[in-house]
Write a protein that binds this ligand. Structure first.
Ligand code: THU
Length: 136
């Protein structure tokens, strides 16, 4: 169920998406990542003419936050024209830090289409605990 704070996060994701650099796909993505302490980090997709180096909005937001010392996340809102779902690479990268975070997928009008969790988007995920016991 959508919560009031989800709507604020959607608005932040729409704002972040204004900076999207997407001349090749014309597919604008904005993300807003909420930390456990209440800070919000925005991100947009940034494309490359060489295609492969392109980075998604979700990872832009995550890398900004982690590079500023953040480790705990409670939610992410992702906004696209069709309320598209995060790619597999972004799911994996977000799972590293917050497998139980809320994931809110919304369209460019700010309408939430899906509120779920990262664990639901990446069931049986491979996470840091898999490398914990030090055995080969
Ligand atoms: N994109 C994202 O930013 N996030 C996703 O999870 C899916 C895809 C971007 C990458 C590229 O710039 C454009 O959307 C089309 O794939």
């Amino acid at each position: 169920m959508i919560e009031p704070s989800d709507q604020q996060l959607i608005d932040a994701a729409i704002a972040a998406g204004q900076n999207a650099y997407m001349p090749y796909s014309n597919y604008r993505v904005g993300a807003a990542l909420l930390t456990a302490s209440g800070d919000v980090y925005g991100g947009c997709n940034i494309e490359s003419v060489s295609f492969t180096p392109t980075v998604c909005a979700e990872r832009t937001a995550l890398f900004k936050a982690v590079s500023e010392g953040q480790r705990d996340f409670s939610a992410i809102a992702v906004v696209t024209r069709d309320a598209g779902s995060p790619c597999g690479v972004c799911r994996q990268m977000l799972y590293e830090f917050a497998p139980d975070m809320r994931v809110i997928l919304a369209d460019l009008d700010g309408k939430a289409h899906l509120v779920t969790t990262l664990r639901a988007l990446l069931p049986h995920g491979f996470g840091p605990e898999n490398l914990d016991d030090g055995k080969s």
